[in-house]
Design a binder for this molecule. Structure first.
Ligand code: NDP
Length: 304
């Protein structure tokens, strides 16, 4: 299978590329930078979709970029880096004379309103309630294929929780303070912390790229999968488990007001609030998690 991955140079994309190449598939990245095995977004726009059997979009400015202040220009980049790239790919798929059989977008679980009690599955109704949920709405809408294109291309949206792995994402920023014994719970610590090991997210994407087995046309709307581990964890449980595995104390809680002052309250919610997200459809699809529980996931990450 030939797979095109927008934003494939990043944390999740590197893991997905490794997995797909190990399975014998060919991977081409779409990037802002030209290079071997890549095309640029400008080339996609001017030459159209290169021949491919599957397409994925993983492009997006990092929401927790510690080097950027929370201001209008950053918010604009968060939206445009996701929505413009997703639109560029969905439009190129719709305009292609030999479209791929699968089109996968990885979005986020920020669409589900934080709550300590409500459990969300892929079928849960939601409407935007803040900036990040509005972002998810516009991002997923940008992926939607017109009716004609949807008859030949299966559409999949994977809503990912915090992606855990050694080479990027939240863990990359957390490991050093935890090693130094400066780790601690964030906010109250009672908020749910939906997470997924990066190998599992790559596995779910790879599975979503596979063609439909039957000869029927794909469903007109995207199939949605929650990209989170089945184990529900709170921030406190996560913090204590990481400290236990690293054999480091975790006695320095970071109060909510400090995180809001540092990150801006609109994005601090990613850390101080959380949702109980259930990967119901993901499990029903037959996907078997390599890292269903936190201890297993953290041991792999810290030990590797
Ligand atoms: P990365 O932060 O590693 O970024 C992925 C790629 O996006 C980069 O390699 C870069 O590719 C491209 N990119 C970055 N900034 C911009 C920009 N301003 N404009 C256009 N392209 C840009 O992301 P991850 O691999 O961690 O995540 C993949 C996707 O999954 C993202 O869309 C993310 O929002 C989503 N997600 C990730 C989570 C996580 O915990 N990591 C959680 C939930 C969702 P290049 O430089 O080659 O152009």
């Amino acid at each position: 299978m030939r797979v095109l991955i927008g934003g494939g140079s990043g944390f999740v994309g590197r893991e997905l590329t490794r997995l797909l190449r190990d399975k014998g598939h060919e991977v081409t990245l779409i990037s802002r930078q030209p290079g071997p095995g890549r095309i640029t977004w400008k080339e996609l726009e001017s030459h159209g979709l290169p021949p491919c059997d599957g397409a994925v979009n993983l492009a997006g400015e990092n929401v927790l970029n510690p080097l950027r202040w929370w201001n209008e220009s950053y918010k604009k980049d968060l939206f445009s880096s996701r929505i413009d790239t997703t639109k560029a790919l969905s439009q190129a798929i719709a305009a292609s004379s030999s479209p791929p059989h699968s089109w996968v977008l990885v979005s986020g679980i920020a669409c589900y309103k934080p709550s300590p009690t409500t459990e969300y599955t892929e079928d849960s109704e939601w409407t935007p309630f803040d900036l990040l949920s509005q972002l998810v709405k516009e991002w997923e809408a940008a992926a939607f294929l017109p009716e004609n294109a949807a008859k030949t291309t299966k559409q999949v949206v994977i809503r990912a929780g915090a992606v855990l792995g050694r080479d990027g994402g939240a863990m990359k920023q957390m490991l050093l303070p935890f090693w130094l014994g400066l780790g601690g719970t964030l906010g109250s610590g009672r908020q749910p912390f939906p997470w997924i090991h990066v190998s599992d997210l790559a596995g779910i994407i790879a599975r979503s790229l596979e063609p439909l087995r039957n000869t029927e046309a794909p469903p007109p709307s995207p199939q949605v999968y929650n990209g989170v581990a089945p184990a529900i964890t709170t921030n406190h449980e996560f913090t204590k488990e990481l400290g236990r595995i690293l054999r480091r104390p975790t006695i320095f809680p970071v109060p909510e007001f400090v995180l809001s002052a540092m990150l801006g309250s609109e994005r601090a919610v990613i850390l101080t609030k959380g949702q109980k997200v259930i990967p119901l459809k993901t499990l029903e699809s037959g996907y078997q998690f390599e890292y269903p529980d936190l201890t297993l996931a953290l041991k792999q990450i810290v030990g590797s």
